[in-house]
Design a protein around this ligand. Structure first.
Ligand SMILES: [Zn+2]
Length: 468
């Protein structure tokens, strides 16, 4: 029987096509020296060795493996397995036979017992039995990428393991307005028969949500719309192949399968097996908000939509808003002096939406109106968020959260928050078109708050910390 060699393919970060090369290092951890860079798309690289990350780096508890690759020019070096696909006979590295090119990080690697070298004669059977545990996929590998499981990568800095183009400084667009909103429709009764703790999707659109026959906007609409607050068993999660590369959720509605884009729903229950963290913070307004607008920043930006460096969630004026479940420190609580009770927004005061003069005017809170910034230190963050921070170049980092356009602030600068404490109510202050929360997060290695603008480089999709 002929043995197919174990070969690697550099996949890079499929959800971040702007990453066109990866770092090749001198050892099995990102702390080792950079030897050279290798282009995404390079195929048929013989695998010479595989080692578990020797500093214990992992994603959500699954250790990274590093793969020693032989390059055509004679060089060799180590690449992390979430940037690779592999195929062939990986038995000697603990993978078993991999018949179809497969995302390397998704493979389970068995410990390889060092062969016992007999004195003589050679043992008739190898001491390492063929591995049977490696999955044998029959389809292209499922998109269970450890990078980007939580969120499409935002603007750099991203993974320290990849080479990104130099960071474009995103225009500061702190307060993109929301569309006018209609009254909140009543919530339908929960769907019976969904077991407690099972992965469940809950519709968070303002009205009914459209669904499709497959995981992407290229699939046909089903014609079935799902009502706000409707609850459905969440069966599967897939990343869209093109466009903004949202994830799509496969739902079961009375036995019929439907797909819906991730930003139109929130989720509950143990979703870990689906590749979604189960430990994220709840949305600040609990139940009574609706989804308005998501993250839209290069490189995953939809060019047809304006830049948006956070989330907008609509709600009724005065809807209570709560801090995180493990407490936090209010590093800034700001009262907008130009936001009056009868005319809280710039729009109501004769400005056009997004007038640049608003952003430089502290009288309008630089567009944010009344706002609160809360620091959540590393120990207060979900484990999945801490892992994500490490992979984005913020090991041990902290997260600062901006809650903007508030109606009433209930906490002042310096306040230590009790877990889940109410901090404010939802409003329409500053550069805003309708009552909504603009939710924005920025990571920082330092726990000291030195100003919102100074931690701009840590801006991330809020999905790194919050359930939608
Ligand atoms: Zn916004």
């Amino acid at each position: 029987m002929s043995i197919s060699p174990f070969l690697a393919y550099i996949r890079g970060l499929p959800e971040t096509p702007s990453v066109i090369e990866i770092n090749i290092r001198s050892g099995p951890n990102s702390s080792y020296g950079l030897l050279f860079k290798a282009p995404v798309g390079t195929a048929n690289l013989p695998v010479m060795d595989v080692k578990t990350d020797d500093k214990g780096a992992n994603f959500q508890g699954k250790a990274y493996n590093w793969v020693l690759l032989q390059f055509p020019n004679g060089q060799s070096g180590w690449a992390r397995d979430d940037l690779l696909e592999v195929s062939g006979d990986g038995t000697r590295f603990g993978y078993g036979m991999v018949f179809v090119r497969t995302f390397a990080f998704a493979l389970q690697r068995q410990p390889v017992v060092p062969p016992v070298v007999p004195a003589a004669p050679p043992a008739p059977a190898p001491s390492v039995a063929p591995q049977s545990a490696a999955p044998v996929p029959t389809a292209p590998p499922a998109p269970v990428a450890p990078v980007g499981v939580v969120t499409p990568p935002p603007a750099p800095p991203a993974s320290p393991f990849t080479v990104l183009p130099s960071a474009p400084v995103a225009p500061v667009a702190p307060a993109v307005p929301v569309a006018p909103v209609a009254p909140v429709p009543p919530a339908p009764a929960p769907t019976p028969g969904v077991p407690q703790g099972a992965p469940t999707a809950i519709i968070k659109t303002q009205g009914a949500a459209n669904t499709r026959t497959g995981p992407g906007s290229s699939f046909n609409r089903t014609g079935i719309t799902l009502p706000r607050h409707g609850r459905y068993p969440l069966l599967e999660v897939q990343r869209e192949a093109t466009g903004q590369q949202y994830r799509w959720f496969k739902l079961n509605q009375n036995g019929q399968f439907l797909w819906i884009r991730e930003d139109l729903v929130t989720h509950e229950g143990d979703t870990t097996a689906l590749g979604l963290p189960s430990d994220l913070y709840p949305s600040p307004m609990k139940e009574n908000y609706w989804w308005v607008r998501g993250w839209n920043i290069a490189p995953t930006k939809d060019a047809s939509l304006p830049d948006h460096d956070g989330w907008d969630q609509g709600a009724a004026t005065g809807e209570p808003m709560y801090g995180g479940p493990k407490g936090g420190l209010v590093v800034k609580s700001f009262q907008c002096v130009k936001c009056t009770a009868d005319r809280p927004s710039t729009l109501m005061n004769g400005y056009s939406l997004g007038d640049p003069s608003i952003y430089t005017d502290p009288g309008w809170g630089n567009g944010y109106g009344n706002y609160i910034i809360v620091r959540y230190t590393h120990d207060q963050l979900p484990a999945s968020t801490r892992d994500l921070l490490a992979s984005r170049g913020f090991p041990g980092g902290h997260i600062f959260v901006m809650y903007a356009h508030l109606h009433t602030r209930l906490v002042e600068t310096g306040a230590q928050l009790a877990p889940g404490q109410q901090i404010s109510t939802c409003g329409n202050t500053g550069n805003s078109e309708a009552t909504h929360l603009h939710l924005e997060i920025r990571a920082s290695r330092s726990a000291d708050f030195t100003g919102w603008a100074t931690i701009r480089s840590g801006v991330m999709d809020p999905v790194a910390l919050f359930r939608r």
